[in-house]
Ligand binder design. Sequence first.
Ligand SMILES: NC(=O)c1ccc[n+]([C@@H]2O[C@H](COP(=O)([O-])OP(=O)(O)OC[C@H]3O[C@@H](n4cnc5c(N)ncnc54)[C@H](OP(=O)(O)O)[C@@H]3O)[C@@H](O)[C@H]2O)c1
Length: 382
Amino acid sequence: MQYRKLEKLGIECSIFGIGCMRLPLLANPDGSISSDRIDEPEAIRMLRYAIDHGVNYIDTAYGYHGGNSERLVGKALKDGYREKVKLATKLPVWKANTYEDFDMLLNEQLSKLETEYIDFYLLHALNKASWEKVRDMGILDWLKDARSSGRIRYAGFSFHDEFEVFKEIVDAFDWDMCQIQLNILDADKQAGVIGLKYAGSKGIPVVIMEPLRGGKFAAVTEDIKELWNQAETKRSPVEWAFRWLYNFPEVTVILSGVSTMEQLQDNLRIFENALPDCMTQDELDLVEKVRALYESKTRVRCTACEYCLPCPNGVSIPGIFGIYNDASTFGIKDGHIKRYKKLINENRDASQCIECGNCESVCPQHIDIIDKLKEAHKILTE
Ligand SMILES: NC(=O)c1ccc[n+]([C@@H]2O[C@H](COP(=O)([O-])OP(=O)(O)OC[C@H]3O[C@@H](n4cnc5c(N)ncnc54)[C@H](OP(=O)(O)O)[C@@H]3O)[C@@H](O)[C@H]2O)c1
């Protein structure tokens, strides 16, 4: 395992951190799967195995696995494991309506995690609206208090919005760390590489989430596989995706949710040699080619800015384009059909479009939304 120094905090973290949002699950008696039924013995075995093999960063959150992730992590970290790791969890900012709620939520989390303190306490999934809400509720003063009382060691935030919002948040407080979504396809989306470098320039440690786009980089189509195989040194698509990230010296920890012991062992192997600045120019050029091939499969240039919403007839425009693009980029799978069926059941699918054109007049990407909705509906229902 490789470790990276968090100079600002005077500690070291393993470059591979375990994200506890995709733990192994048990099937319901009828064979269906629900994310709140964690396979506890297997999840505990995997977490302890990871720690025994050098992982010292564990990431969870109030809401993961229907609230059961924190409980599971609390159990896994018994028997001396708590002291071996830096534990990160997140304040569900959407659940806080008063200043007192911050304390109430943290206390509940400490109790579920069966610990006296949280190492990294993050404001969860900040965007412009949620940031302004909690800032105006006094969250920054509260974080200082929680830090000085010892209930949290370090204060941070996780982020899902545009770079300008990220910069505003970074500049607003003496953050101990931040967590951003970054992977080969999101290099210039959300905070992006520019955000990574900006935080890095201010000495703020950056933790990466969704390095495999939630697993999508693992199951690749033949053309993508062939392209990766043009590299002199052969690596799996998963290894390339991680490699592109750990190559950045500003990346401190890469979180990956692992659902099986095989995935965990594979990732432990990959992170043995996770050195910064390790990629050759040829390798970086190859990543550009793979990115271009993925992007050529994108059917709609929607950035999910949501300017088109609300649709007067409730059509989930960015949601539909998200499913359509995922299906065309990564190959259509049952999951895409299920996600679209859910929208049909909620009367928010593309067939609900009344062709008023309100959305097209405000779309900053000038997308022919009406036609693209029809196209998406055809592909996702055929
Ligand atoms: N703060 C936030 O707003 C936020 C948002 C998202 C995530 N997070 C955190 O960030 C963590 C990381 O994100 P993520 O879980 O989306 O990470 P990810 O690495 O992009 O996706 C994890 C998935 O990738 C697949 N996978 C992992 N290793 C693999 C391997 N060696 N071979 C093949 N497939 C592999 C598995 O999917 P399958 O089992 O489906 O094959 C696994 O569930 C989360 O677990 C969570 O802790 C935070």
